[in-house]
Design a protein around this ligand. Sequence first.
Ligand code: SAM
Length: 330
Amino acid sequence: MTLMDSFGRVATDLRVSLTDKCNLRCTYCMPPEGLDWLPSAQLLTADEIVRLVTIGVERLGITEVRYTGGEPLLRRELVDIVARTAALTPRPQVSLTTNGIGLARLAGALAEAGLDRVNVSLDTLDPETFKRLAHRDRFTDVMDGLAAAATAGLTPVKVNAVLMRGINDHEAPALLRHCVERGYELRFIEQMPLDAQHGWSRDNMITADEILALLAPEFDLTPDDLEERGSAPAERFLVDGGPARVGVIGSVTRPFCGACDRVRLTADGQVRNCLFATEESDLKTAMRAGATDDDLAARWLAAVARKRPGHGIDDPAFLQPARPMSAIGG
Ligand code: SAM
């Protein structure tokens, strides 16, 4: 069985949030004072997470499992969860999206447990800007984490950057140079309306076109083979003829919903068929009430079948989802 929606798209890429907590307060995501975290009784246990991931992989055609959050490195059982995921048959690709804080200590154990690669978020090369943007003085921890990921072989190391007008947009070329020099693949992500404080505005967002214009004076960018993009959200460009590449994820201005192959599981056990979904399917309550694997698979299939054709940010009736990015799992 596959997780197919009514438009024929098949979800094979599962994003699992391990916690809604984070140790940064990036302004495009969370207010400086943080949020009310989920009570721990509502969080899936490690066993519950592995049970649902196993159903996804063994019965529903999931081929890639990405652990995220909140900040997934804050979840104490992470190494164990990764090891149990990598032991599934057929073995899925296992990756992690992280802010990198603590990765210097954990990268080796994660690689040994079977983690294939990481995406590390890095929006600036300036420690002062980091503090202003993330409200925490952790720049050095992130840089150490990135270096450790590469040393541990969690490659290709991908770096996610969100540009904000007047804060870090002038750093686009420097960020790309930094990543190219170290063999990291940088991906710029358009800021999406997913912050808890509802501060996003279309006018203030740095668009994919602007990102490319910011890079153009310093780099020769040529579109990479479009055939290869498939369901990948990033439009990729060869940097100065390659082999280095840069990605631009134009979630808002260049949506890729028609090729979407993602499905999400929140830290409290809700299946979401889109980042911007306004409905969820509650697998946790069903599981805790004694649902069998067959029941859970059936609920999951039904949740994906209802996926809408697009996220609708451009629709005048667009409503930002009630959950912010940190609680959905980015
Ligand atoms: N804490 C981890 C991290 O920093 O990567 C994982 C979770 S975080 C929500 C995942 C990614 O979402 C990060 O790269 C972050 O920059 C991005 N993100 C968060 N809020 C966003 C927004 N409003 N628009 C675009 N990207 C966002």
